[in-house]
Design a protein around this ligand. Structure first.
Ligand SMILES: NC(=O)c1ccc[n+]([C@@H]2O[C@H](COP(=O)([O-])OP(=O)(O)OC[C@H]3O[C@@H](n4cnc5c(N)ncnc54)[C@H](OP(=O)(O)O)[C@@H]3O)[C@@H](O)[C@H]2O)c1
Length: 358
């Protein structure tokens, strides 16, 4: 039976990996949780009520490659840069959630519903990258439309939840919001930063009751790190190296689920019905047609049910009356499931099907 390590098991994504494994998404013989040395001794099965076969939590540097077949890394790019290749060299198939290897040639960047062919063969380096959370929901909505009428260009604005900032991001929004409600006149910097944490907190700016139009550092052109990922990663996944993708990434004071306003230009004219039908025929997508009420998904309703957390939701589907090659969509998905843990475990599922891990 499959032996799987979850590195970063105490974090927001790691916890969702354990939850999905507990639900049986992939049959496992043993799950080895790993995190920093600070967390050794924590009993995650007891803390979170899990019944999966969980080994004692280990520090990642003590994780023995001979003890596992596959490792899902969700401990940040620094840990991935340090540990991924050690594990991969030891024969472990590594599925990495960080940005460390995504654009490296030879490392497949995989969304199983979009480019499963990237995993036709076991990668020589034993490394597979999980795309950025905002990229995954974007390409899952774009792929059927590319097949329908050919993508020419994409403009996207993201509305990204605090859970994208991990456990600390969630705590910071909760604590900061409570402080604003307790003292609405307090200066924003006192209400925003992480409780007892560094200045600027997890999001660089106070997030409660605010909008922060900068996710990750800006480069010399003014593009933020998140915006660069949103431009590059869809090209690699969709196999469209020249596709222009222009992004504005915004952190919003929502706990869970990223939303995206997406404007696309297609090579051939379409109708809104054809766009709805193409999306509705795609497994894993839920479409909100213009005739429905509401005709759009929202983060809180998507997060409310596990069934919805596992899907990409698309609504507000429009085609410009004066330009039938221009369409617009509103896309919502749970960044912790669709954008991270679920995609990573679906890659593992694919690897099991390929017979690489038996
Ligand atoms: N949150 C999202 O929506 C999302 C979506 C897609 C991808 N990702 C990626 O997934 C990764 C995890 O994100 P997250 O949101 O789950 O973060 P998080 O909640 O902050 O969790 C971080 C995890 O990494 C571990 N860790 C931190 N420093 C470590 C070290 N030096 N050695 C070993 N373990 C260490 C932490 O362990 P301790 O508890 O022991 O510190 C914790 O388990 C990141 O690469 C992120 O970019 C996140």
């Amino acid at each position: 039976m499959l032996r799987i390590a979850v590195v970063g098991a105490t974090g927001a994504v790691g916890r969702e990996c354990l939850t999905l494994l507990d639900d049986g998404i992939v049959p496992v013989g043993q799950v080895v949780p790993a995190a920093s040395a600070r967390s050794v001794g924590r009993d995650l099965a007891a803390e979170w009520g899990l019944s999966l076969p969980l080994a004692p939590l280990t520090a990642v540097e003590d994780l023995d490659p001979d003890a596992v077949d596959v490792a899902v890394l969700c401990a940040g790019a620094e840990v991935s840069r340090r540990e991924a290749e050690r594990l991969a060299a030891g024969g472990v198939l590594v599925v990495d959630n960080s940005s460390a290897f995504r654009m490296r040639p030879g490392v497949p960047l995989v969304v199983p519903q979009v480019n499963p062919g990237a995993l036709a063969d076991r990668p020589a380096g034993n490394l597979v990258s999980n795309p950025n959370c905002s990229t995954i929901q974007l390409v899952r909505a774009l792929h059927p439309l590319h097949e329908l009428a050919g993508l020419e260009s994409v403009v996207v604005a993201t509305y990204q939840a605090a859970s994208g900032g991990g456990v600390r991001g969630l705590a910071e929004l909760a604590d900061g919001s409570a402080r604003v409600l307790a003292d609405p006149g307090a200066p924003p910097e006192e209400a925003g930063g992480e409780a007892g944490g560094e200045a600027g907190g997890r999001f660089g700016q106070p997030l409660p009751f605010n909008l922060v139009p900068e996710i990750g550092l800006q480069d010399e052109t003014g593009l933020s790190h998140e915006e660069r990922k949103l431009a590059r990663e869809p090209r690699k996944i969709l196999g469209l190296p020249e596709l222009p993708v222009s992004a504005t990434a915004v952190r919003v004071p929502v706990f869970h689920c990223h939303s995206e306003a997406v404007h696309i230009r297609l090579r051939r004219p379409v109708t809104a019905e054809a766009v709805e039908d193409a999306l509705a025929a795609t497994p894993g997508l839920r479409v909100y047609r213009r005739t429905q009420s509401p005709s759009y998904p929202m983060p809180r309703s998507v997060f409310a049910r596990d069934e919805d957390r596992a899907l990409v939701h698309v609504g507000r589907i429009r085609v410009e009356p004066e330009d039938p090659r221009a369409a617009a969509l509103w896309v919502v998905a749970d960044n912790l499931w669709v954008g991270a843990a679920l995609n990573a475990l679906q890659i593992v599922e694919l690897a099991v099907k390929q017979g690489w891990l038996s």
